[in-house]
Design a protein around this ligand. Structure first.
Ligand code: NDP
Length: 326
């Protein structure tokens, strides 16, 4: 028997509970993993609360991230006792995920732990951290360098935002953090932001072009905030867009692209190819300071993940939530 956070649907409403499941309940796949930790991402919040159409079939074990130890494997790449982790690949959406004491996965979805990181640290980083690192790499590939000026990060006190602020600061960028929560200013400065802007600064609709302020931007929010960032990005700048916390619309014009050579780079972590993931994880292990894990992460158990899921969908979580599964 093992414990799992189980999502079921009754009359179109998603219900969550901690269930004791028989080993035979796990879907048959090649690698059986004893899960030590999962983590809570915005998408997990939508899945657990049923506020977004994330789960493709019920019953479902949520958790797009997991880290643990191989118990048995029919895949020659993995052996019992090996430490592994997984992020994305539709796990926790289409396939049973990480918020359980055991998970059974395809070998293609698993990676060995990055050198220098523990299973706990890998889940403190999780999909949010991978996404933040991919955004930073997108800025670098767009030619944005620290001496060009300030880089702005929206949704800064969330998971992706906190990691983006921390990573950019470690790379010597001058980071401007945008938050809707005045009480998080000191937190964001401690992560490495050089200044903090209130989200209200962007309350009015964006004009096609505004004063050129940013060498680059990482946007986790979409909608009018992203429209402002595009209008304010300096000539030749790059905006990496990965999220929709404010909405999936984008009320903008082509002006920043055709008059200022601005590049809008989409970022996806779910289907990101293995080679690029490995590079991103290598850099995460190298860049994140020890202080990140103490400043930006807190831990809940499987039961606690249910309340945290509601909170993340309301924009009330600061930093990252680690989910202890055993
Ligand atoms: P979090 O909830 O941790 O962070 C989102 C942050 O956005 C909040 O903390 C809040 O920060 C801000 N925010 C919340 N509501 C609003 C709003 N209505 N308008 C503007 N800002 C708002 O989520 P994650 O960090 O896990 O994810 C962030 C986004 O990135 C999500 O949309 C998620 O779906 C997306 N994502 C995409 C991935 C990809 O592969 N493309 C992977 C992972 C995440 P503050 O209070 O500081 O303003």
């Amino acid at each position: 028997m093992f414990k799992a956070l189980l999502l079921e649907q009754q009359d179109g409403v998603t219900c969550s509970r901690i269930a004791e499941l028989d080993d035979g309940a796990l879907p048959e796949r090649d690698v059986l993993v004893a899960v030590a930790y999962s983590s809570l991402n915005y998408k997990d919040g939508l899945a657990i609360t049923g506020k977004g159409p994330i789960v493709r079939q019920f019953p479902m074990v949520p958790g797009i991230d997991l880290a643990g130890t191989v118990l048995s494997s029919r895949d020659p790449r993995f052996v019992p006792g090996q430490s592994v982790f997984s992020t994305g690949w539709s796990v926790g959406e289409q396939y049973w995920g990480g918020m359980a004491q055991q998970a059974c996965l395809d070998g293609d979805w698993l990676q060995s732990l990055p050198v220098g990181l523990t299973a706990r640290q890998v889940m403190q980083i999780g999909t949010a951290g991978l996404t933040a690192m991919l955004c930073v790499m997108a800025l670098e590939e767009g030619g944005v360098s620290p001496e060009q000026g300030e880089v702005i990060v929206t949704g800064a006190s969330g998971g992706v935002g906190s990691l983006a602020v921390s990573l950019l600061a470690q790379l010597d960028y001058k980071v401007v953090a945008v938050t809707g929560r005045a009480e998080n200013h000191d937190y964001l400065l401690a992560l490495g932001a050089c200044r903090v802007l209130a989200r209200d600064t962007f309350a009015t609709p964006a004009k096609p072009l505004e004063k050129q302020l940013w060498a680059g931007a990482i946007d986790t929010t979409g909608s009018h905030l992203l429209a402002h960032l595009l209008a304010q990005t300096r000539y030749n700048g790059t905006v990496a867009a990965c999220g929709l916390a404010a909405g999936s619309d984008l009320p903008t014009s082509v002006m920043p692209f055709i008059l200022r050579n601005v590049r809008l780079q989409g970022v996806d972590s779910v289907m990101c190819p293995l080679e690029r993931r490995n590079e991103a994880w290598r850099r995460l292990a190298e860049l994140l300071p020890a202080s990140f894990y103490s400043q930006a992460c807190h831990e809940v158990d499987l039961q606690g993940a249910i309340a945290a899921a509601e909170a993340i969908t309301c924009g009330q979580i600061t930093g990252r939530v680690l989910v202890a599964c055993q």
